[in-house]
Design a protein around this ligand. Structure first.
Ligand SMILES: Cc1cc2nc3c(=O)[nH]c(=O)nc-3n(C[C@H](O)[C@H](O)[C@H](O)COP(=O)(O)O)c2cc1C
Length: 192
């Protein structure tokens, strides 16, 4: 990547991902889109937990539709937007449910207790309930059984293959794509 402007954008993306995962920023919330079993797109928001060496990670319930969709079809696209800078990021990659017990355990132990609570329900995300309050009665049942909570915990790693940067704050607007190659990252300017 010879163009200094592209290098600068690349550095900015690294900083944005670092801030998003070590503190709070608009990019802390990203929207991974998967493909459902019928071939339809399925997007939702998640909290970005880690950005390391071209891998983005988030957590999810292993029983959730998105976890099943990732297993069936690992190509995903995560998007995010920062209104204050008018920057959009779209990240294409390959998602994997991490099965490395050591990494899973380390991640789990680093989560706040209230995040562990997300895994307390014996009901799978998306299960039909007769009323929202029903959830709490069910939650009581799993309260205290940490092995069961951990069994529901999923760590998703997305190996980034392509990043599409769009900055609408300047004139002309700037759009740049960074694609992973065997030797590193190849940058191309794109029409916005
Ligand atoms: C602010 C916010 C943050 C969220 N963070 C996560 C998350 O980190 N992981 C997750 O699985 N779901 C998260 N959710 C819930 C998802 O958006 C989604 O509703 C749920 O995971 C079920 O998705 P699925 O049916 O596509 O699997 C979050 C929702 C909101 C509103």
């Amino acid at each position: 990547m010879a163009d200094p402007r592209q290098k600068k954008i690349c550095e900015t993306i690294r900083e944005l991902m670092h801030t998003a995962t070590t503190g709070r920023s608009p990019f802390t919330i990203m929207r991974p889109a998967t493909v459902d079993t019928g071939g339809a797109p399925n997007a939702r928001v998640v909290v970005l937990r880690e950005a390391n060496d071209g891998v983005l990670s988030f957590i999810t319930d292993l029983r959730s539709p998105k976890a099943k969709e990732i297993c069936a079809q690992p190509l995903v696209n995560l998007s995010g937007y920062e209104a204050s800078s008018s920057v959009q990021l779209r990240v294409a990659g390959r998602a994997r449910i991490n099965t490395d017990e050591e990494r899973r355990k380390k991640f789990w132990n680093g989560l706040l207790p209230h995040t562990h609570l997300l895994f307390w329900s014996p009901l799978a995300p998306g299960a039909i309930v007769s009323a929202p309050e029903d959830l709490y009665t069910e939650v009581e049942l799993l309260n205290g059984d940490s092995a069961k909570l951990y069994a529901h915990f999923g760590l998703v790693d997305v190996i980034v293959d392509c990043i599409d940067w769009l900055d609408l704050s300047t004139e002309p607007p700037v759009r740049c794509r960074f694609a992973r190659t065997r030797d590193g990252w190849e940058a191309s300017w794109l029409a916005p």
